[in-house]
Design a protein around this ligand. Sequence first.
Ligand SMILES: Cc1ncc(C[n+]2csc(CCOP(=O)(O)OP(=O)(O)O)c2C)c(N)n1
Ligand SMILES: [Mg+2]
Length: 819
Amino acid sequence: MFSSLLSYIYPHILFKMKDKSKPNDLKISREEILADFRLANLSRNLSIIGRREVLSGKAKFGIFGDGKEIIQLALAKQFKDGDWRSGYYRDQTWMMAMGLYDSLEFFHQLYGNTDREINPGNSGRVFNNHFSVPNINPDGSWRDLTKQKNSSADISPTAGQMPRLLGLAYASKLFRQNKDLHQFTTLTRKGNEVAFGSIGDASTSEGHFWETINAAGVLQVPMAVTVYDDGYGISVPKKYQTTKESISDILRGFESEEGKPGIRIFKGKGWDYPGLIKLFEKGIDICRKEHVPVLFHIEEVTQNQGHSTSGSHERYKSDERLKWELEWDPIKKMREWMIGSSVATAEELDKIAAEAEEEAKNARKKGWDMFQNPIKVERDALVRIISERSCRCSDDPKEESVENYTEDLKRVAAPIRKDNFVTARKILRNICADCMKSDSLKDELQGWLKRNYEDAHNSYDTFLYNETPTSVLNVKPVAPVYSPDAQEVPGRQILRDNYDRLFTKFPLLVTFGEDTGRIGGVNQSLEGLQKKFGELRITDTGIREATILGQGIGLALRGMRPIAEIQYLDYLMYALQLLSDDLATTHYRTAGGMVAPLIISTRGHRLEGIWHSGSPMSMLINSVRGVYVCSPRDMTRAAGFYNTLLEGNDPAIVIEPLNGYRLKERLPDNLGEFRLQLGIPEIMNNGSDLTIVTYGSTVRVAGEAVKQLEKHDISVELIDVQTLVPFDINRIILESIKKTNRILFLDEDVPGGTTAYMMQEVLEKQGAWNFLDSPPRTLTGKEHRPAYTTDGDYFSKPSAEDIFDAVYSIMKEAVPEKY
Ligand SMILES: Cc1ncc(C[n+]2csc(CCOP(=O)(O)OP(=O)(O)O)c2C)c(N)n1
Ligand SMILES: [Mg+2]
């Protein structure tokens, strides 16, 4: 197969070379071409040195952009201020060409330097070549996104960048078509921004890719995807990845036709510098002006050093392929073209290449010193504390002596912080108890540990949530106000009328999802609002949870206020990968550089049947730390959470209780204004014998049980936690346990699920175990998924009778003579 490919390409390239395209065909200067050649060489040298740094043990892991340099130089020329990127780990040359990355930062990422000032792209929290550009300032205010080149933050899961890319492009559509948004001049230039995406050939096998392409075709958004087709996904060739071994061939059905908008497809070659420049110029121009999705399938791409530092490509590429990659190395081909078309002489190019190599080497040295020096300073301070001690009794030459540990540490040629900490902590254990001066050594060591732990904490444990004044935790509560003759209305009406106010108040607010638009949601909580606010603000989507979520993430990154609607909690599973890998880590993996304040609205609890139970809450809370989780018991509380969340800049999920849409609640006067603080439980019933802690729909079931228990002389304090993350920040539950000394954690999740989470929060974190007179108990749904019908529900999830029995048995055990 390969030799036939060669015979096809070879005459073609000979023709090209003879053709001697003049640089001015490209509308770019000779200097720019020389600068590109320099950058290509610099980037390649970084990749080569980077790999060596890993193989020699200085860096942990490396993944590089070698072979993709020329494509990215051409791509970068079309990227304007205000545009957005959602790409993957091969994009180092592209980022450098846009001025968003340089040779020094390359090494900061490689070594995992945690200094946010010098490694702003990922602050050492993720693998190298994972980039980002902040969308907020350190005080939490939005940056002027039209005056910078924007890159969303990369994630490693393949094709995970695609759904977000859709959202970034969708924002341009809304910004262009909704004239009310033209006033937001620091977010957009009337929607003229292109969202650029990159993906490897093998990753197009993922469902996310196909879902995104289809949605982009439906939505008609300015999304420009480039597929770098190097023929492999690690070791697995295209034969096993792509039908017909050609992504552009099999995408043909998506292509635009007369009167049938779809996507536009372009093809190019990874070594063809002039051809790629023209290709991207043409394709991006169409994308930007016409707002149509475009896809560039770039073939004949090399991966010169193989996939990553985890292996070598000699293991899986044939000799023929390896030879071909050398021959068709894009930098080599660029050089040939430059000489052939008289842009530069061989000597000039050799000089440029040598200078680029020199810069890469210098950057390595400087980057390494910048990584190592602070660690050595930390180590020296530790060694000084130890060597200046007057207590010497721990110096006996046994293996575990202070001296031995210190000498071992001094011998480490390239220390990491772990070396310092392990030594300090082991020495601390070894300080002799009877030495007069031991205390001061102990104090100094503890001081050293405390100081440096604080620093390590800042490096690794911060920014899971927004820590700026725009955090939703700073939003002040406003109670619902009721007039004496307040109407009792179905819960869905409270949501609807509240939404009406919110859509009036926040021009950047949009909501979208399955059945959200025309009918206003399956529970009609948006009834009539599409008619009032238009299809651009309240929008129906296809059945595609992953890209609904991605759409929301992209919009949120661009400063809009999206509420992504997932029809039922159980179907969040389709979006869970992105929720967990992308949304929940956005703020953390950018060390506070980016916010994506997406609100996800869904409904759950108390439905019937395996896929409509709405119960698997531990699935959520344990995979989406970084996203707040609100579980309101009724629609007034749900509306209160939306009102709060829109005042801050954090991502959150609101789970509306499914059985509450028709139940009547009093209609507050201050719709759109009342706000519920996150992390504050509500005491629903005061009691003295036992505390029940629960949330969501189970609050009502527990309420029934509490009434039944009262008749049997058992007084229960019923607490609705209201939000699972954050959890009871003022320790209201602890105060309750101090009074009742007994506790039951209740919900309809699986055993060991959310009740176990709540138990850990209350007993361990709040220290409530200390006040218990009876063993703590949990009452949950069954281990199997909940069964269908009312009976299925009754025997799968806790009923009022189950709660009664559980509480009664605790009381009987505690006071047998009474119960
Ligand atoms: C969801 C997921 N599965 C597997 C991996 C491991 N993995 C990392 S890169 C890669 C191959 C990607 O190949 P391709 O998309 O062609 O990009 P290339 O590396 O060739 O540029 C795989 C399987 C991953 N990161 N994410
Ligand atoms: Mg590949």
